[in-house]
Design a protein around this ligand. Structure first.
Ligand code: DLL
Length: 433
């Protein structure tokens, strides 16, 4: 179902006109109200009146995560403080969190963006949505909650964790849609299997998953274990939370809510804009936000844009599922490796569980070494040592051919890698410690 055909199926030129009008308005507001942006624009010698076409956006300054941290907590506010009705923050592990401050209008737009997102995953007013994204400062819980309510579905505001209760509610209330991180979806499936619950027999037929990287193979795993269709949804606190882009039934890239968020792809090294179809860093400008609007925010997420029309009828540009983040990319002896590549390769190998940790360290010769800890399926672990050794060698061989680097594989017993109820931590980089 397309939640808002007027906006989502708008003809290209009309959408561009709307984006330009909104961009001009945004630049004027930021120049007048936010000293940080006025100074940055002055330094580049650009004024609001210089924005005539959408392409002029490249004259405007970028915003980085560091800029947000330096302006913590209210430095980038673009409206009077008393208009703010809700605040969210990211759970960054280092430094100050990044803050998003919403006016009532911002919340209304978030509701709309999330209604489009969940509708992309098939949500209708007949659905019972079990929302296991965390509630609180994290945007996942409230974002999915607002979207489901806007559609008119019934929401079970579970938040994450307390897995026994999640499974009880899923059975007793007949949840038809699941919203949580993909790693938590898998964890719940594992607990369900251990409790003898056959998820495939329950009405839970679809889910919208995001907030962390997950591979195509992980999608297949979730779809098989639940007997459901699993959709990828993307967003970030700085821009609005979830609701920036989402998959439709075609599952061929994520539709960007382009009338609300203007996307660009840049070369992360030079800041140059890249043509559509080329892979680079995703940059967003918020076109309608009032509380904390951002100009050309560098997400550090890596993808490319897809301009071809989608079979679903939406005319919005799509982004390929994320390849990783510029700051997650591991440089191992000069070779660039994304954890998602490791995950993808791992899932192809029979005998392993979708649970792994990548440990990077400096070895005795001061060379980078990678140890991949992988859980083995129960039946393999109880098997002969010889077979485990064959499996280990096989994984090492696959990694070598796919990644061009040597990886030491350590097979661990089932259920020994720590499970996550929110975003999974897959990489331990001891080189920085
Ligand atoms: O994770 C918002 C969100 C909540 C998105 C629920 C989807 C579902 P942050 O905590 O600020 O916000 O983290 C944003 O998470 O820049 C990406 O690196 C990563 N991320 C989000 N969605 C995906 C996805 C929320 N579908 C950061 N695939 C982003 C891969 C994702 N990475």
């Amino acid at each position: 179902m397309i939640f808002n055909p007027d906006a989502e199926c708008m003809e290209g030129a009309a959408r561009k006109g709307l984006q330009l009008a909104r961009l001009k308005n945004l630049v004027e507001t930021l120049y007048a109200k936010v000293p940080f942006y006025r100074e940055k624009m002055d330094a580049l010698g650009v004024r609001p009146a210089d924005i005539h076409r959408l392409a002029d956006i490249t004259r405007l300054p970028f915003t980085t995560k560091d800029d947000l941290r330096q302006n913590y907590p209210h430095g980038l506010l673009a409206c009077p403080k008393d208009r703010i009705v809700e605040v969210h923050m990211s759970s960054g592990t280092t430094g100050k969190p990044v803050v998003d401050e919403y006016t009532q209008n911002d919340i209304n737009i978030w509701r709309e963006a999330m209604a489009r997102t969940l509708a992309g995953g098939g949500c209708t007013r007949d659905d019972i949505v079990q929302n296991c994204y965390g509630y609180g400062l994290f945007t996942g819980g409230p974002g999915a909650h607002y979207g489901a309510m806007t559609i008119g579905a019934e929401v079970l505001p579970m938040s994450s964790g307390n897995t026994d209760r999640q499974l009880m509610v899923m059975q007793d209330f007949g949840s038809t849609m699941l919203t949580c991180t993909p790693s938590y979806a898998l964890y719940m499936a594992e607990e369900a299997a251990a409790a003898g619950i056959d998820l495939k027999k329950l009405p839970i037929g679809k889910g919208c998953f995001g907030a962390e990287p997950w591979s195509e193979n992980m999608r297949k795993e979730i779809e098989t274990r639940y007997g459901m269709k699993a959709y990828d949804i993307y967003g970030l606190t700085e821009i609005i939370g979830p609701g920036v882009s989402f998959e439709c039934e075609a599952q061929n890239g994520l539709h960007i809510n382009e009338d609300l968020f203007y996307p660009e792809i840049i070369d992360p090294a030079t800041g140059e804009t890249l043509p559509v179809g080329e892979r680079g860093e995703l940059v967003f400008t918020t076109l309608t936000k009032e509380g904390t609007p951002l100009l050309r925010y560098r997400t550090r997420d890596i993808t490319y844009l897809i301009a071809e029309p989608c079979s679903c009828g939406r005319t919005t540009a799509r982004m390929h599922r994320l390849f990783g983040r510029t700051d997650d990319m591991l440089i191992i002896r000069g070779v660039n490796v994304f954890p998602s590549q490791i995950e993808h390769a791992l899932f192809e190998i029979e005998g392993t569980e979708p649970q792994y940790v990548i440990v990077v360290d400096r070895g005795a010769a001061r060379l980078d070494e990678v140890e991949l800890q992988v859980e083995v399926k129960e039946k393999f672990f109880s098997d002969e040592t010889k077979n485990l050794e064959i499996l280990r060698a096989r994984i090492e061989g696959v990694m070598k051919s796919k990644l061009q680097i040597g990886v030491k594989v350590k097979l661990v017993e089932p259920k020994t890698i720590e499970r996550s109820i929110g975003k999974a931590k897959r990489v331990i980089d001891k080189r920085q410690i």
